[in-house]
Design a binder for this molecule. Structure first.
Ligand code: HEC
Ligand code: HEC
Length: 222
């Protein structure tokens, strides 16, 4: 082989191998981050959210639930983790800082079995609706599990604090809408849309409820 041919060949080989090396480096970094996240999770979160983040009804929600991970954005999960949910059992983990927070996030994401739809979901339009009708549906259907004012476990139910500013301020309307429609498998949060839903709520009825959740969060404590 001539020198030119040989160097041409090595350039081609280098181009072919480089992406493979880069991918495996990224995978190694991901793996290290997931392992670090798993250690922090075991120390800081497992006491409430349980091993494998499966949650415990009436105590702490599942963080490895497929539908949850599919609709919750990184921003929502990090903000909830680092800021906590004032007025609920979810403490602030601000001391972890952004880097350790992201490692825990990578660990939680490693449980995902459905595609991450959170970017499209967060870009959905805000809910417009009738707050009075939203309250009617909420009182009738949601309050038994989430509490009459959406206070969550404090009110003795199995659902989280969906009427609290600490929840609503970080959740997009798209996230709330998707959760209400589709529910979360293997939890008591069943979907409310379609013939299999607990109650077949229309898109408008769901938006009415979301508007009411904002009102509850704004009036928190009153
Ligand atoms: C002392 C118990 C406790 C500990 C420790 C705890 N959490 Fe929570 N967490 C809760 C409770 C309770 C809620 C639900 C609050 C509510 O009622 O809305 C929650 C909610 C959450 C949510 C929102 C889930 C959803 O369905 O929207 C995320 C995310 C979360 N926790 C992450 C973490 C992470 C990550 C850690 C560890 C760094 C952690 N939590 C440690 C009790 C805890
Ligand atoms: C039978 C009990 C039950 C009923 C009724 C119920 N929920 Fe839930 N909901 C839950 C539980 C339990 C969770 C958290 C899942 C978990 O524990 O992992 C939840 C989670 C949610 C979440 C996500 C909150 C968060 O912290 O991320 C929203 C939003 C929600 N429910 C809205 C509603 C609305 C609106 C209604 C009424 C139309 C309703 N739910 C009715 C039990 C219920």
């Amino acid at each position: 082989m001539s020198n030119i041919k040989r160097s041409l060949l090595s350039v081609i080989v280098a181009f072919a191998i480089a992406p493979i090396l880069i991918t495996s480096q990224a995978q190694a970094a991901d793996k290290a981050s997931i392992e670090q996240g798993a250690r922090i999770y075991a120390q800081s979160c497992a006491v409430c959210h349980q091993a494998d983040a499966i949650g415990k009804p009436g105590f702490a929600p599942s963080l490895s639930n497929p539908e949850f991970l599919s609709v919750a954005s990184d921003r929502f999960i990090l903000a909830t983790m680092l800021g906590g949910r004032p007025g609920t059992g979810m403490p602030s983990f601000a001391y972890l800082g952004a880097d350790k927070g992201k490692a825990v996030l990578a660990y939680l994401r490693s449980f995902a079995t459905l595609p991450d739809r959170s970017v499209a979901i967060d870009a959905e339009p805000a809910s417009q609706g009738d707050v009075r009708r939203g309250k009617e549906s909420f009182d009738l259907i949601c309050s038994t599990c989430h509490g009459r004012k959406g206070d969550g476990y404090i009110a003795g139910g199995t659902g989280t604090a969906i009427g609290r500013a600490g929840t609503i301020s970080h959740a997009s309307d798209g996230f709330l809408r998707a959760t209400i429609k589709d529910g979360r498998s293997n939890t008591r949060m069943l979907g409310f849309s379609g013939p299999d839903g607990m109650a077949n709520l229309s898109d408008q009825e769901i938006d009415d409820i979301i508007v009411y959740l904002h009102l509850l969060a704004d009036n928190e404590g009153s």
